[in-house]
Design a protein around this ligand. Structure first.
Ligand code: S3P
Length: 422
Protein backbone atom coordinates (compact mmCIF):
# COMPACT_ATOMS: atom_id res chain seq x y z
CA UNK A 1 0.00 0.00 0.00
CA UNK A 2 1.38 3.41 -0.97
CA UNK A 3 0.10 6.49 0.86
CA UNK A 4 0.76 10.15 0.21
CA UNK A 5 0.05 13.35 2.10
CA UNK A 6 -3.52 14.71 2.03
CA UNK A 7 -5.50 17.72 3.23
CA UNK A 8 -9.09 18.90 3.18
CA UNK A 9 -10.84 15.54 3.64
CA UNK A 10 -14.55 16.22 4.08
CA UNK A 11 -16.40 12.90 4.10
CA UNK A 12 -19.05 10.65 5.53
CA UNK A 13 -17.26 7.35 6.09
CA UNK A 14 -19.07 4.07 6.52
CA UNK A 15 -17.28 2.17 9.28
CA UNK A 16 -17.34 -1.66 9.30
CA UNK A 17 -19.27 -3.47 11.98
CA UNK A 18 -17.94 -4.36 15.38
CA UNK A 19 -15.60 -7.34 15.35
CA UNK A 20 -16.08 -8.33 19.00
CA UNK A 21 -19.88 -8.27 18.73
CA UNK A 22 -19.87 -10.13 15.38
CA UNK A 23 -17.82 -13.02 16.84
CA UNK A 24 -20.13 -13.30 19.84
CA UNK A 25 -23.27 -13.27 17.67
CA UNK A 26 -22.04 -16.40 15.83
CA UNK A 27 -21.03 -18.18 19.02
CA UNK A 28 -24.18 -17.47 21.04
CA UNK A 29 -26.46 -17.87 18.01
CA UNK A 30 -25.02 -21.37 17.52
CA UNK A 31 -25.62 -22.30 21.18
CA UNK A 32 -29.18 -20.93 21.23
CA UNK A 33 -32.12 -22.89 19.87
CA UNK A 34 -33.77 -21.58 16.73
CA UNK A 35 -32.83 -18.88 14.29
CA UNK A 36 -30.55 -15.93 14.99
CA UNK A 37 -30.49 -13.23 12.31
CA UNK A 38 -27.52 -10.88 12.40
CA UNK A 39 -27.65 -7.70 10.33
CA UNK A 40 -24.53 -5.59 9.71
CA UNK A 41 -22.27 -8.57 10.46
CA UNK A 42 -18.55 -7.92 9.93
CA UNK A 43 -17.44 -10.05 6.99
CA UNK A 44 -13.72 -9.87 7.80
CA UNK A 45 -11.12 -12.64 7.99
CA UNK A 46 -11.35 -13.00 11.78
CA UNK A 47 -15.14 -13.27 11.88
CA UNK A 48 -15.20 -15.62 8.88
CA UNK A 49 -12.85 -17.88 10.84
CA UNK A 50 -15.43 -18.03 13.65
CA UNK A 51 -18.20 -18.86 11.17
CA UNK A 52 -16.05 -21.63 9.66
CA UNK A 53 -15.33 -23.19 13.09
CA UNK A 54 -19.07 -23.44 13.87
CA UNK A 55 -19.85 -24.81 10.41
CA UNK A 56 -17.21 -27.47 11.06
CA UNK A 57 -19.21 -28.37 14.17
CA UNK A 58 -22.43 -28.87 12.22
CA UNK A 59 -24.10 -25.45 12.52
CA UNK A 60 -25.79 -24.13 9.38
CA UNK A 61 -24.88 -20.49 8.88
CA UNK A 62 -26.31 -18.71 5.84
CA UNK A 63 -24.37 -15.77 4.42
CA UNK A 64 -26.54 -13.26 2.58
CA UNK A 65 -27.46 -9.66 3.24
CA UNK A 66 -27.88 -10.82 6.84
CA UNK A 67 -26.17 -13.77 8.50
CA UNK A 68 -28.64 -16.42 9.59
CA UNK A 69 -27.55 -18.95 12.18
CA UNK A 70 -29.58 -22.08 12.76
CA UNK A 71 -28.71 -22.70 16.40
CA UNK A 72 -28.95 -26.18 17.87
CA UNK A 73 -28.84 -25.43 21.59
CA UNK A 74 -26.07 -25.90 24.17
CA UNK A 75 -25.60 -29.58 23.31
CA UNK A 76 -26.11 -29.38 19.54
CA UNK A 77 -22.52 -29.05 18.33
CA UNK A 78 -20.95 -32.04 16.55
CA UNK A 79 -17.37 -33.30 16.52
CA UNK A 80 -15.49 -31.56 13.68
CA UNK A 81 -13.80 -33.84 11.16
CA UNK A 82 -10.48 -31.97 11.45
CA UNK A 83 -8.68 -29.50 13.72
CA UNK A 84 -10.44 -26.13 14.07
CA UNK A 85 -8.42 -23.29 12.54
CA UNK A 86 -8.91 -19.71 13.82
CA UNK A 87 -6.42 -17.96 11.51
CA UNK A 88 -5.21 -14.81 13.30
CA UNK A 89 -8.16 -14.49 15.66
CA UNK A 90 -7.33 -14.42 19.38
CA UNK A 91 -10.97 -13.77 20.21
CA UNK A 92 -12.06 -16.95 18.40
CA UNK A 93 -9.51 -19.27 19.98
CA UNK A 94 -9.83 -17.98 23.54
CA UNK A 95 -13.62 -17.70 23.73
CA UNK A 96 -14.39 -20.80 21.67
CA UNK A 97 -12.07 -22.89 23.87
CA UNK A 98 -14.40 -22.19 26.81
CA UNK A 99 -17.29 -23.62 24.77
CA UNK A 100 -15.26 -26.63 23.59
CA UNK A 101 -14.46 -27.61 27.19
CA UNK A 102 -18.16 -28.32 27.70
CA UNK A 103 -18.57 -30.67 24.70
CA UNK A 104 -18.76 -34.45 24.79
CA UNK A 105 -16.24 -34.78 21.92
CA UNK A 106 -12.60 -33.86 21.70
CA UNK A 107 -11.19 -31.12 19.47
CA UNK A 108 -7.89 -29.62 18.46
CA UNK A 109 -7.90 -25.84 17.91
CA UNK A 110 -5.04 -23.71 16.56
CA UNK A 111 -4.27 -20.80 14.29
CA UNK A 112 -1.56 -18.99 12.34
CA UNK A 113 2.00 -18.45 13.58
CA UNK A 114 0.99 -15.36 15.59
CA UNK A 115 -1.85 -17.19 17.37
CA UNK A 116 0.40 -20.12 18.17
CA UNK A 117 2.75 -17.74 20.04
CA UNK A 118 0.17 -15.77 22.03
CA UNK A 119 -0.34 -16.62 25.72
CA UNK A 120 -3.03 -19.21 26.39
CA UNK A 121 -2.25 -19.81 30.08
CA UNK A 122 -4.68 -16.99 30.88
CA UNK A 123 -7.56 -19.26 29.77
CA UNK A 124 -5.93 -22.61 30.59
CA UNK A 125 -5.63 -21.79 34.31
CA UNK A 126 -9.31 -20.93 34.96
CA UNK A 127 -10.69 -23.55 32.55
CA UNK A 128 -8.62 -26.25 34.24
CA UNK A 129 -9.90 -25.01 37.62
CA UNK A 130 -13.36 -25.76 36.24
CA UNK A 131 -12.23 -29.32 35.51
CA UNK A 132 -11.45 -28.89 31.80
CA UNK A 133 -9.16 -31.44 30.22
CA UNK A 134 -6.86 -29.37 27.95
CA UNK A 135 -3.39 -30.10 26.68
CA UNK A 136 -1.47 -27.18 25.24
CA UNK A 137 1.65 -27.06 23.08
CA UNK A 138 5.13 -25.73 23.92
CA UNK A 139 5.61 -25.70 27.73
CA UNK A 140 1.94 -26.54 28.00
CA UNK A 141 0.95 -22.89 27.48
CA UNK A 142 0.53 -22.23 23.75
CA UNK A 143 -1.90 -23.18 20.96
CA UNK A 144 -2.71 -25.55 19.33
CA UNK A 145 -4.87 -26.78 22.21
CA UNK A 146 -6.27 -30.28 22.51
CA UNK A 147 -9.54 -30.24 24.45
CA UNK A 148 -11.11 -33.49 25.68
CA UNK A 149 -14.54 -34.09 27.23
CA UNK A 150 -14.83 -33.53 30.98
CA UNK A 151 -17.43 -32.59 33.57
CA UNK A 152 -17.16 -28.86 34.34
CA UNK A 153 -17.85 -27.31 37.74
CA UNK A 154 -18.64 -23.67 38.37
CA UNK A 155 -15.93 -21.42 39.85
CA UNK A 156 -15.62 -17.90 41.26
CA UNK A 157 -12.58 -16.57 39.41
CA UNK A 158 -10.60 -13.40 40.12
CA UNK A 159 -8.93 -12.63 36.82
CA UNK A 160 -5.39 -11.25 37.01
CA UNK A 161 -5.90 -9.50 33.62
CA UNK A 162 -8.75 -7.25 32.49
CA UNK A 163 -9.41 -9.35 29.39
CA UNK A 164 -12.80 -9.83 27.77
CA UNK A 165 -11.50 -12.90 25.96
CA UNK A 166 -10.63 -14.55 29.28
CA UNK A 167 -13.87 -13.44 30.96
CA UNK A 168 -15.98 -14.62 28.01
CA UNK A 169 -14.18 -17.96 27.80
CA UNK A 170 -14.97 -18.68 31.46
CA UNK A 171 -18.58 -17.45 31.25
CA UNK A 172 -19.28 -19.63 28.21
CA UNK A 173 -17.66 -22.64 29.88
CA UNK A 174 -19.92 -21.73 32.80
CA UNK A 175 -22.92 -22.42 30.55
CA UNK A 176 -21.91 -26.11 30.80
CA UNK A 177 -21.44 -26.18 34.60
CA UNK A 178 -24.15 -26.51 37.24
CA UNK A 179 -24.52 -23.50 39.51
CA UNK A 180 -23.10 -19.99 39.25
CA UNK A 181 -19.79 -19.25 37.54
CA UNK A 182 -18.42 -15.77 38.18
CA UNK A 183 -15.49 -13.71 36.92
CA UNK A 184 -14.22 -10.65 38.72
CA UNK A 185 -11.73 -8.22 37.18
CA UNK A 186 -9.77 -5.30 38.66
CA UNK A 187 -11.18 -3.10 35.86
CA UNK A 188 -14.22 -4.07 33.79
CA UNK A 189 -13.19 -5.27 30.32
CA UNK A 190 -15.54 -4.97 27.32
CA UNK A 191 -18.90 -6.42 28.34
CA UNK A 192 -20.44 -7.42 24.98
CA UNK A 193 -20.68 -11.09 26.03
CA UNK A 194 -22.67 -10.24 29.15
CA UNK A 195 -25.03 -7.91 27.25
CA UNK A 196 -25.60 -10.45 24.49
CA UNK A 197 -26.05 -13.40 26.88
CA UNK A 198 -28.81 -11.40 28.54
CA UNK A 199 -30.43 -10.77 25.14
CA UNK A 200 -30.40 -14.51 24.40
CA UNK A 201 -32.17 -15.17 27.72
CA UNK A 202 -29.31 -16.56 29.82
CA UNK A 203 -29.38 -15.80 33.54
CA UNK A 204 -26.47 -13.40 33.86
CA UNK A 205 -25.86 -10.75 36.50
CA UNK A 206 -23.31 -7.99 36.21
CA UNK A 207 -22.13 -5.65 38.94
CA UNK A 208 -19.30 -3.09 38.61
CA UNK A 209 -16.44 -5.48 37.82
CA UNK A 210 -18.03 -8.90 38.23
CA UNK A 211 -20.19 -11.03 35.95
CA UNK A 212 -22.00 -14.18 37.13
CA UNK A 213 -23.80 -16.72 34.97
CA UNK A 214 -26.11 -19.57 35.90
CA UNK A 215 -25.19 -22.77 34.06
CA UNK A 216 -27.27 -24.87 31.70
CA UNK A 217 -29.13 -21.86 30.28
CA UNK A 218 -31.81 -22.34 27.67
CA UNK A 219 -31.04 -19.62 25.14
CA UNK A 220 -33.39 -18.70 22.32
CA UNK A 221 -32.48 -17.27 18.87
CA UNK A 222 -32.44 -13.50 18.54
CA UNK A 223 -32.30 -10.69 15.98
CA UNK A 224 -29.07 -8.73 16.35
CA UNK A 225 -27.95 -5.54 14.62
CA UNK A 226 -24.21 -4.98 14.96
CA UNK A 227 -23.06 -1.35 15.39
CA UNK A 228 -19.97 0.14 13.71
CA UNK A 229 -16.69 -0.76 15.38
CA UNK A 230 -15.21 2.09 17.43
CA UNK A 231 -11.80 0.42 17.05
CA UNK A 232 -12.08 0.87 13.26
CA UNK A 233 -13.65 4.35 13.55
CA UNK A 234 -10.62 5.29 15.67
CA UNK A 235 -8.39 5.44 12.57
CA UNK A 236 -10.62 7.98 10.87
CA UNK A 237 -11.23 9.90 14.11
CA UNK A 238 -7.49 10.50 14.30
CA UNK A 239 -7.26 11.12 10.53
CA UNK A 240 -9.97 13.80 10.79
CA UNK A 241 -8.16 15.47 13.69
CA UNK A 242 -4.62 15.52 12.26
CA UNK A 243 -5.21 16.08 8.51
CA UNK A 244 -5.54 19.85 7.93
CA UNK A 245 -8.94 21.35 7.00
CA UNK A 246 -10.81 18.08 7.45
CA UNK A 247 -14.19 17.03 8.72
CA UNK A 248 -15.13 13.34 8.96
CA UNK A 249 -18.57 12.04 9.90
CA UNK A 250 -19.22 8.42 10.88
CA UNK A 251 -22.67 7.22 11.79
CA UNK A 252 -23.85 4.26 13.84
CA UNK A 253 -20.70 3.72 15.95
CA UNK A 254 -20.81 1.56 19.11
CA UNK A 255 -19.80 3.64 22.11
CA UNK A 256 -20.13 1.11 24.92
CA UNK A 257 -18.24 2.76 27.85
CA UNK A 258 -16.00 -0.32 28.10
CA UNK A 259 -14.73 0.55 24.58
CA UNK A 260 -14.96 4.33 24.33
CA UNK A 261 -11.80 5.46 26.17
CA UNK A 262 -10.38 6.89 22.94
CA UNK A 263 -13.09 9.54 22.77
CA UNK A 264 -12.18 10.84 26.22
CA UNK A 265 -8.45 10.79 25.47
CA UNK A 266 -8.74 12.57 22.11
CA UNK A 267 -11.06 15.18 23.66
CA UNK A 268 -8.56 15.68 26.51
CA UNK A 269 -5.91 16.21 23.82
CA UNK A 270 -8.02 19.05 22.42
CA UNK A 271 -9.78 17.10 19.65
CA UNK A 272 -12.94 18.65 18.21
CA UNK A 273 -15.28 15.65 18.46
CA UNK A 274 -19.07 15.84 18.48
CA UNK A 275 -21.26 12.88 19.36
CA UNK A 276 -24.92 12.98 18.34
CA UNK A 277 -27.99 10.83 17.93
CA UNK A 278 -27.31 8.70 21.03
CA UNK A 279 -29.40 5.54 21.18
CA UNK A 280 -29.35 1.95 22.46
CA UNK A 281 -29.45 -0.90 19.92
CA UNK A 282 -29.57 -4.53 21.02
CA UNK A 283 -28.43 -3.43 24.47
CA UNK A 284 -25.40 -1.54 23.12
CA UNK A 285 -24.98 2.28 23.22
CA UNK A 286 -24.58 3.72 19.68
CA UNK A 287 -24.13 7.24 18.29
CA UNK A 288 -22.84 9.26 15.32
CA UNK A 289 -19.39 10.87 15.50
CA UNK A 290 -18.11 14.03 13.82
CA UNK A 291 -14.43 15.02 14.03
CA UNK A 292 -12.81 18.21 12.76
CA UNK A 293 -9.12 19.11 12.34
CA UNK A 294 -7.72 20.22 15.68
CA UNK A 295 -4.52 21.38 17.32
CA UNK A 296 -3.76 18.52 19.71
CA UNK A 297 -1.78 18.59 22.94
CA UNK A 298 0.08 15.77 24.67
CA UNK A 299 -1.45 13.80 27.52
CA UNK A 300 -0.89 10.98 30.03
CA UNK A 301 -2.81 7.74 29.55
CA UNK A 302 -2.66 5.15 32.31
CA UNK A 303 -4.64 3.18 34.89
CA UNK A 304 -8.27 2.16 34.67
CA UNK A 305 -8.93 3.71 31.26
CA UNK A 306 -6.44 1.37 29.52
CA UNK A 307 -8.75 -1.65 28.92
CA UNK A 308 -11.31 0.67 27.27
CA UNK A 309 -8.82 1.80 24.60
CA UNK A 310 -6.24 -0.98 24.46
CA UNK A 311 -6.73 -1.62 20.72
CA UNK A 312 -6.64 2.12 19.96
CA UNK A 313 -3.24 2.86 21.52
CA UNK A 314 -1.32 2.40 18.23
CA UNK A 315 -3.42 5.07 16.47
CA UNK A 316 -3.37 7.31 19.56
CA UNK A 317 0.43 7.10 19.32
CA UNK A 318 0.20 8.54 15.78
CA UNK A 319 -1.90 11.48 17.03
CA UNK A 320 0.54 12.02 19.90
CA UNK A 321 3.53 12.40 17.52
CA UNK A 322 1.98 15.58 16.11
CA UNK A 323 0.56 17.00 19.37
CA UNK A 324 2.13 19.86 21.30
CA UNK A 325 3.94 18.41 24.32
CA UNK A 326 4.85 14.92 25.40
CA UNK A 327 2.46 11.96 25.72
CA UNK A 328 3.12 9.14 28.17
CA UNK A 329 1.29 5.81 27.88
CA UNK A 330 1.67 3.48 30.90
CA UNK A 331 0.00 0.34 32.35
CA UNK A 332 -0.43 -1.04 28.83
CA UNK A 333 1.85 -4.09 28.98
CA UNK A 334 -0.97 -6.08 27.32
CA UNK A 335 0.03 -4.35 24.08
CA UNK A 336 3.06 -6.63 24.01
CA UNK A 337 0.91 -9.77 23.59
CA UNK A 338 -1.53 -8.65 20.90
CA UNK A 339 -1.31 -9.73 17.22
CA UNK A 340 2.31 -8.54 17.55
CA UNK A 341 4.27 -6.64 20.20
CA UNK A 342 2.52 -3.35 19.50
CA UNK A 343 4.82 -1.29 21.74
CA UNK A 344 7.92 -2.36 19.82
CA UNK A 345 6.18 -2.24 16.44
CA UNK A 346 4.82 1.31 16.78
CA UNK A 347 8.05 2.61 18.33
CA UNK A 348 10.23 1.15 15.56
CA UNK A 349 8.02 2.01 12.60
CA UNK A 350 6.97 5.53 13.64
CA UNK A 351 10.61 6.33 14.53
CA UNK A 352 11.52 5.26 10.95
CA UNK A 353 9.06 7.97 9.87
CA UNK A 354 10.85 10.59 11.98
CA UNK A 355 8.91 10.23 15.25
CA UNK A 356 10.62 10.51 18.64
CA UNK A 357 9.29 7.61 20.71
CA UNK A 358 10.91 5.67 23.52
CA UNK A 359 9.41 2.27 24.32
CA UNK A 360 8.77 1.46 27.98
CA UNK A 361 8.04 -1.97 29.40
CA UNK A 362 4.35 -0.99 29.77
CA UNK A 363 3.88 1.75 27.19
CA UNK A 364 5.59 4.55 25.28
CA UNK A 365 6.95 8.05 25.79
CA UNK A 366 6.07 10.06 22.70
CA UNK A 367 7.78 13.39 22.21
CA UNK A 368 6.31 15.69 19.56
CA UNK A 369 7.96 16.23 16.18
CA UNK A 370 7.24 18.95 13.59
CA UNK A 371 6.50 16.45 10.86
CA UNK A 372 6.58 12.80 9.89
CA UNK A 373 8.23 11.66 6.68
CA UNK A 374 7.22 8.82 4.40
CA UNK A 375 9.41 5.73 4.09
CA UNK A 376 9.14 1.91 3.91
CA UNK A 377 7.38 0.56 6.98
CA UNK A 378 6.45 -2.93 8.22
CA UNK A 379 3.15 -4.14 9.63
CA UNK A 380 4.32 -7.25 11.53
CA UNK A 381 1.23 -8.79 9.93
CA UNK A 382 -0.89 -6.84 12.42
CA UNK A 383 -3.97 -5.09 11.02
CA UNK A 384 -3.97 -2.29 13.59
CA UNK A 385 -0.27 -1.51 13.04
CA UNK A 386 -0.87 -1.41 9.26
CA UNK A 387 -3.83 0.98 9.53
CA UNK A 388 -2.11 3.23 12.10
CA UNK A 389 0.90 3.60 9.80
CA UNK A 390 -1.38 4.31 6.84
CA UNK A 391 -3.01 7.20 8.75
CA UNK A 392 0.48 8.46 9.69
CA UNK A 393 1.27 8.30 5.96
CA UNK A 394 -1.61 10.70 5.23
CA UNK A 395 0.18 13.47 7.14
CA UNK A 396 3.79 12.51 6.30
CA UNK A 397 5.93 14.29 3.71
CA UNK A 398 6.59 12.07 0.68
CA UNK A 399 5.38 8.53 0.14
CA UNK A 400 4.78 5.95 2.86
CA UNK A 401 5.11 2.40 1.56
CA UNK A 402 3.48 -0.19 3.77
CA UNK A 403 4.78 -3.73 3.31
CA UNK A 404 2.38 -6.57 3.86
CA UNK A 405 -0.78 -4.49 4.23
CA UNK A 406 -3.07 -7.43 3.29
CA UNK A 407 -3.47 -8.15 7.02
CA UNK A 408 -5.90 -5.19 7.17
CA UNK A 409 -8.65 -7.57 6.00
CA UNK A 410 -8.56 -9.10 9.51
CA UNK A 411 -10.91 -6.33 10.66
CA UNK A 412 -11.41 -3.67 7.95
CA UNK A 413 -11.57 -5.08 4.39
CA UNK A 414 -12.68 -1.72 2.84
CA UNK A 415 -9.88 0.33 4.43
CA UNK A 416 -7.67 0.64 1.32
CA UNK A 417 -10.63 1.62 -0.84
CA UNK A 418 -11.52 4.45 1.56
CA UNK A 419 -7.94 5.71 1.83
CA UNK A 420 -7.48 5.55 -1.95
CA UNK A 421 -10.58 7.68 -2.41
CA UNK A 422 -9.05 10.58 -0.41
C1 S3P B 1 -11.41 -8.63 22.39
C2 S3P B 1 -10.81 -8.34 23.59
C3 S3P B 1 -9.53 -7.62 23.69
C4 S3P B 1 -9.16 -6.93 22.39
C5 S3P B 1 -9.38 -7.81 21.20
C6 S3P B 1 -10.83 -8.23 21.11
C7 S3P B 1 -12.70 -9.35 22.42
O1 S3P B 1 -8.51 -8.54 23.99
O2 S3P B 1 -7.83 -6.48 22.44
O3 S3P B 1 -9.02 -7.13 20.02
O4 S3P B 1 -13.43 -9.36 21.40
O5 S3P B 1 -13.03 -9.93 23.46
P1 S3P B 1 -8.22 -9.03 25.50
O6 S3P B 1 -9.37 -9.83 25.95
O7 S3P B 1 -6.98 -9.86 25.39
O8 S3P B 1 -8.03 -7.78 26.30
Amino acid sequence: MIISKKSNIKRNISIPSDKSISHRAIMLGSLATGTTRVSNFLLSDDCLATIECFRQMGITIEEGRDIIIHGKGLHGLQKPSKALYVGNSGTTIRILSGILCGQNFDTVIGGDSSINQRPMDRILIPLRQMGANITASKDDSLAPLHIRPSRLSSIAYKSPVASAQVKSSILLAGLYAKGITSVEEAVLSRNHTELMLEGFGAEIESSATKASIKGLANMKGLNIRVPGDISSAAFFMVAGLIIPDSEIYMDNIGVNPTRAGIIKVLKDMGGDITLSNHRIECGEPVCDILVRSSKLKGTEISGDIIPSLIDELPIIAVAACLAKGQTIISDAKELRVKECDRIDAMTKELNKMGADITAKDDGMIIRPVNMLKGTYVDTYNDHRIAMSLAIAGLVAEGETIINNSECISISFPQFAEIINSF
